[in-house]
Design a protein around this ligand. Structure first.
Ligand code: M6R
Length: 366
């Protein structure tokens, strides 16, 4: 049932090209210029009316939301808040009839996410759920549902659910821009063609596995790591850091690279591992200067950067190269080596990869 892999997690990481393809299937017009979401049945005028979106989720799904926020804001210029459900549900959030709530939940059963959904519905807010499980509570109770077609995810550490949530969010951002006829809708054909390339690019990114396994063997005795990035790279860093903590039990923190100097640099000392994600063109120089800051303190820097990025290669200790992709879509590809890093660190440390301590696959209690 593990399809020849040692663990479900590794099987699921490797299933991502297929899962991404399935989540795209039927949702892009033949001409490649329109998003098709027949499953969304909004009242007439609602798409134009929305002035605020609340994305609510937990854990990895929340991290997908952090990318989704940036994608939706960029293509629609609607203000998007992205919050963990355990906070959202208790703070009496300000909503109006023009608010849309988007809940993201692989299982569709997470207690805090469901409570937030119910809270919003009770206030008359329209709720869209992005979920992987047909017939789940979220799928039944939301007004509209976008299914991710990741297939069953067994490993407690979420991998293919995350990347397919990203696909659903990119498609939704594009669809909303199209429905609202925003000027950014003109970018749609190029974004959609970029999305269609992702299954193949994800396959390329999976080929980083041997290098990462080798790296993990020399590295897994460390007890602390930092992940840094800016913009979408920061969102990916959050996910890489969570994955590492969850299954390797190494302590890790993700930092918006520009925040380092506001306290954290005190912890950047010789040999401390810093994993830098560098895919965002417009933030490139800024992240590079943060990398130089940590190098000046003799940190060990592993960068996840695009193929052929010489500048990064000469500034860090080791590079994991990922295939070039539109930076807007880069999180889908950049997260793959980070998933593999967490996986191999966990294996080297002899942990129970698929069933990490203290965690459940579906958190149905508060
Ligand atoms: O089923 P959900 O997406 O609602 O689950 C949310 C989190 O419990 C989940 O993503 C958790 O963070 C994962 N174990 C992380 O790998």
């Amino acid at each position: 049932e593990k399809g020849g892999y040692d663990h479900f997690m590794l099987k699921e990481i490797n299933e991502q090209p297929r899962a991404i393809r399935d989540t795209l299937t039927g949702r892009i017009s033949e001409e490649g210029d329109q998003v098709i979401f027949d499953e969304i049945e909004w009242p007439a005028g609602f798409a134009e009316q929305i002035d605020r979106i609340h994305i609510v989720a937990c854990g990895t799904s929340w991290h997908a939301g952090m990318v989704g926020k940036q994608a939706i804001e960029r293509l629609t210029r609607i203000q998007v808040d992205c919050e963990v459900a355990s906070e959202y549900r208790y703070r009496d959030p300000i909503v109006t009839e023009n608010t849309l709530m988007v809940v993201i939940t692989q299982s569709g059963e997470t207690a805090d996410t469901m409570a937030a959904l119910r809270e919003a519905k009770a206030k008359g807010v329209r709720v869209l759920a992005i979920t992987n499980v047909v017939g789940s509570s979220a799928a039944r109770e939301a007004d509209d549902v976008i299914f991710t077609w990741a297939g069953p995810e067994i490993s407690v550490a979420s991998t293919k659910a995350y990347t397919t949530q990203l696909i659903a969010l990119y498609l939704f951002a594009g669809w909303l821009a199209q429905e609202r006829k925003t000027p950014f809708a003109s970018e749609l054909p190029s974004i959609l063609s970029g999305l269609k390339q992702l299954p193949e690019l994800a396959s390329h990114a999976l080929q980083t596995a041997p290098a990462i396994e080798k790296f993990a063997k020399n590295w897994a005795d460390k007890n602390h790591a930092f992940f840094i990035g800016r913009g979408m790279d920061y969102a990916v860093s959050l996910e890489g850091s969570l994955k590492l903590k969850e299954i390797s039990y190494m302590h890790a923190e993700a930092y918006a690279a520009g925040e380092l100097k506001h306290g954290t640099l005190a912890l950047i000392v010789e040999d401390i591992p810093v994993i830098a994600v560098v895919t965002q063109e417009q933030l490139y120089e800024k992240t590079l200067s943060n990398i130089k800051e940590v190098k000046a303190r003799d940190a060990f820097v592993l960068a996840v950067a695009f193929d052929g990025d010489e500048e990064i290669a000469k500034s860090v200790d080791q590079v994991i190269s990922i295939p070039r992709v539109n930076p807007f879509l880069a999180p889908v590809i950049a997260v793959i080596p980070l998933q593999l890093l967490a996986y191999y660190a966990s294996v080297v440390r002899g942990n129970d990869v698929d069933n990490p301590r203290n965690l459940a696959k579906s958190v149905t209690v508060e």
